[in-house]
Structures are given as C-alpha cells and as structure tokens.
Design a protein around this ligand. Structure first.
Ligand code: NCD
Length: 472
C-alpha cells in the first residue's frame, strides 16, 4: 500500500510530531531562515530521487518550497507549473496524468482547483501523492508549517485561543488548520467575513468527530465581539500538547482566560467566489491594540491582498514570514519520511482519516442515485468522467431518518432521504434511519437525495417499512 497525504487527517498526531522533530534538524542545517547571508547546507538523503510538482493553480510558496526542499535533500524536481502548457490543455484527465508522471518521479505534489482532486490522484498514482491544495478542500502541508511555527514560538496548542479570520468557507488552509487545532486541543474562535462562514460539513466534523464543544455566545461575546463562533476542545488524554515538555493545563475557563494567543488571517479566495464581502476583516495594529492581543502570534498563509496591514511587518507579533520560511524544513522532513521511513510507508490511510473510525463505503452505481452535492468536487469534472464515480462514507446521523453520506473525495455531506434496490427498481422514503451498520454494502443498494429524485430516475415507490430498505 502506498502512503499519500491528501488531508491533515491522513497523518496521526505522532507522525506530525515526528515530522516536526525531523524538521528541527533540517532547520539547524539551513540556518535561521530570516537571517541574511546565512549559509545553508544541503544533504544527500534523497540523492537520485525525483519529485514532480504538478500545479494546476498558481503558486509561489508551496511549489518553490517543495522544489527547494527536494534540492536541499540532494534530489531533483521536475515541474508542470502551468496547466496551459501541459496536456491538461489538450483535455487529458488528471487520472491519466498522474499515472504517467508516476513513471517519472518518486513522489508527486499536486495542486488542483477541484475539491478532492488529491484523492482521485491517489487512486491512480503508483507513487505517493502529497496534496499541495485541492480546491477549497484542504492544504495539509500548509497546516504543518502553521503548527510548526507555533511550536517554534513555544506556543503549545492545548487551551490556546486561536482566532481564524477571513474567508473560512473557501480557504483550504483553514479547513486543514482547524481540524489540526481541534486534534491538538486548541480553542477555535471563528471570525468569518459575512457569508464566508466555515462550511457546514467542517463545522459538523469539529463537533462530532474531533470532540469540539460549541460555546454559547453569551459566554464570550462581551469581550470578543468580533468572534462569530467559538469551539473549545475538552481535555482528551489521547491528545498531545504538541510541545511535550509543557504540562497540560486544566480545562479552559473562558471567562477568565480571554487572551487571544493566535490570530490566523486569510485572504478572500477570489478565484472561488464571485463576490467579495463588504466587511471583510482587516487586521492591523489598531485592531490588535487591546491588551488581549498583546502577545498574539499573527499568522497568514500568504499571499495577502489587503486584509493584513504591511505596517505590521516589523511588529514582534507578526510571524507570517517565519511561517513561510518554515516551508522548506517542513517539506524536507515530509519528503524524507515519506520516501525513506518504513514506519511512514506501507500503510493504507485512505479510510476516512485517522481521527475517525473506518466506515462502510457506498459506491454509487453508475448513473443511478444521489451525487455529491458539491459542484466543485472532482467527481463533477468532465475530464475525469470516465475515471471516477461518486463514492461516499456512510455516516451516523442525518435529519428525519435520512442517511448522511460523506463524499470520499471532497468530504462534503449530502443527505439521502430515500433508498432503493437497483435490481427491482423500487425505493422507499427513509423515515427511521439506518437500523444496522454493516461493512458489507449490498451491491444493489442505491440512495436518492429524495423521493422526487427516485421517481425521476424511474424507480417505483414501495410502502415505507420499519427497516432500512438497504437491508431488505
Ligand atoms: C494558500 C493556498 O494556496 O491555499 N497559499 C499557500 O499555499 N500558502 C493560501 C491562499 O492562496 O490564500
């Protein structure tokens, strides 16, 4: 089995810590990235190995720091940085491209405008796929840089108050970051631009899978009026504090602890949405003047386009250039571990992520039943039509007895309110929810978004039953 990194949840907490200690050593050989005229040294750990960077969207930091990392490791990189000059422009599918490039390189870093593209690539590649950003879905290696920055600044994550601001809906960096914050025990405070709130499925995962508790508004709004929602992560013994030498605190008392430890700023993702919000949060020294921001670490994945004042650059709280510079040692560590460490290889992590238990998977029968509701998901890409079909994890919950389905690629949810039998072409409306869990999904099972969809597809309604029709 090949090891891919398509989501931050493909890595365990232990592995993230291993990447960080490995990156510490590389950082020592590179010298302090912010000191001019430093002399960085390279290793030969990846001599003879090749990294391919396949970027179907613009990039400065991610692509160049991956390529620098590979060169610093003694390897080489090949790049397709512009889809207009690759066969994608001729209509080649991503599935074919990664199969071909797997023969040229030992690992592939992929950036793509479609949510879930990295997971499709992982199905077809014969070398590790590293997600360099897929649509609005995730950007796991940026999160490694973000957490590493906080760790270098000696900010343990447990009980830290971390504000994430801006386009929380479209920023893939945010989605990977909040999952990691929750897993390591930080409190997450949301400060979205209007209409750019966290996607419903990310919010749901934070609460249902990563044990976050949503705090009632009256508990925090007096002091943090800009904060739109707050999640706290209760103490969980299996969670690590990221900096092991620091004692784990008692559970946070938000009435007492009002300091903001981290402010993570993001830009409006203009390539994903048509309209900017008029009241987009802008962070400057005026915003940060209150005492609760006196020791706040200001982070930004960059590029910034006005939402983070350049006048802050000389402020000791501004850490975003450190954050960008750590891209090289972090990516050196990740590449090295993926290519050489047996403990990181040979594991199939493609089972819905680590923090969640494996779930049964529903393969949508060709041309029948419900489809992924996210139109930017890779399953809707016309170029990939012959290579991919909708696949869903069967989730617990769902309103009014419906079966909640999570797309395996983009991880967004859709609720199926009806289910039927492909062979008999019959369906029933789901009213009591699944009564049993089985890892064996019957081949004839087909889910529909609702009764109308089933009828439109020529299925005949059977009277409702007490049992889930999939097990009839
Ligand atoms: C981010 C991205 O591409 O998602 N950039 C990066 O990799 N540092 C953030 C962004 O583009 O807003």
């Amino acid at each position: 089995m090949l090891r891919h990194v398509t989501s931050i949840n493909d890595l365990t907490n232990d592995e993230i810590e291993r990447i960080f200690s490995h990156a510490d050593a590389f950082l020592a050989s590179l010298g302090d990235p912010l000191v001019r005229h430093r002399i960085a040294t390279s290793t030969d750990k990846a001599r003879g190995r090749i990294l391919a960077t396949l970027f179907h969207e613009p990039s400065t930091r991610t692509r160049l720091s991956f390529e620098t990392a590979m060169i610093r490791l003694g390897g080489q990189s090949i790049s397709s940085a512009d889809p207009a000059t690759s066969s994608a422009a001729k209509g080649e599918s991503l599935a074919d491209t990664v199969r071909v490039v797997s023969n040229y390189a030992d690992a592939i870093v992929l950036r793509h405008p479609r949510d879930g593209a990295a997971r499709l690539a992982a199905e077809y590649a014969s070398v590790p796929i590293i997600n360099g950003g897929d649509g609005a879905h995730e950007h796991p290696t940026q999160t490694l840089c973000d957490l590493f920055t906080l760790r270098r600044e000696n900010k343990r994550l447990r009980n830290l108050n971390v504000v994430v601001s801006g386009d929380l809906r479209g920023s893939r960096t945010i989605h990977s970051f909040v999952y990691a914050l929750a897993r390591f025990g930080a409190n997450i405070m949301l400060m979205p631009a209007k209409g750019m709130e966290l996607p419903a499925h990310v919010d749901e995962r934070l609460r249902e899978e990563f044990n976050c508790r949503a705090v009632p508004r009256q508990m925090y709004e007096d002091d943090n009026a800009a904060i739109n929602a707050l999640y706290v992560t209760p103490d969980m013994p299996h969670q690590l504090s990221l900096i092991p030498s620091v004692e784990v605190d008692a559970p946070v008392d938000l009435k007492i602890r009002k300091k903001i430890d981290v402010m993570y700023v993001t830009r409006f993702q203009k390539e994903r949405w048509a309209e900017a919000s008029a009241d987009y949060p802008r962070i400057d020294s005026n915003f940060l003047r209150e005492s609760k921001y006196s020791d706040t670490a200001v982070l930004h994945p960059l590029p910034r386009v006005g939402e983070l004042d350049v006048a802050l650059d000389g402020d000791s709280r501004a850490l975003y250039f450190h954050q960008a510079s750590y891209g090289v040692p972090i990516r050196m560590a990740l590449i090295d571990l993926l290519l050489t460490d047996p403990a990181m290889q040979g594991l199939d992590r493609y089972s819905g992520g680590f923090a969640t238990s494996p779930r049964p998977m529903y393969n949508r029968p060709y041309a029948a039943g419900v489809r992924c509701a996210n139109l930017n998901c890779i399953v809707h890409d016309p170029l990939e039509r012959d290579y991919i079909r909708d696949k869903f994890w069967l989730m617990d919950g769902g309103p009014a007895g419906a079966q909640r389905l999570r797309c395996v690629y983009c991880e967004s949810n859709v609720d199926a309110h009806a289910a039927g039998n492909m062979k008999k072409r019959e369906f029933t409306v789901l009213s009591v929810g699944p009564t049993e869990r089985s890892s064996e999904i019957p081949a004839h099972l087909v889910f529909f978004r609702d009764r109308d969809e089933a009828l439109q597809q020529g299925y005949v309604e059977k009277s409702p039953r007490e049992r889930h029709p999939s097990h009839a």
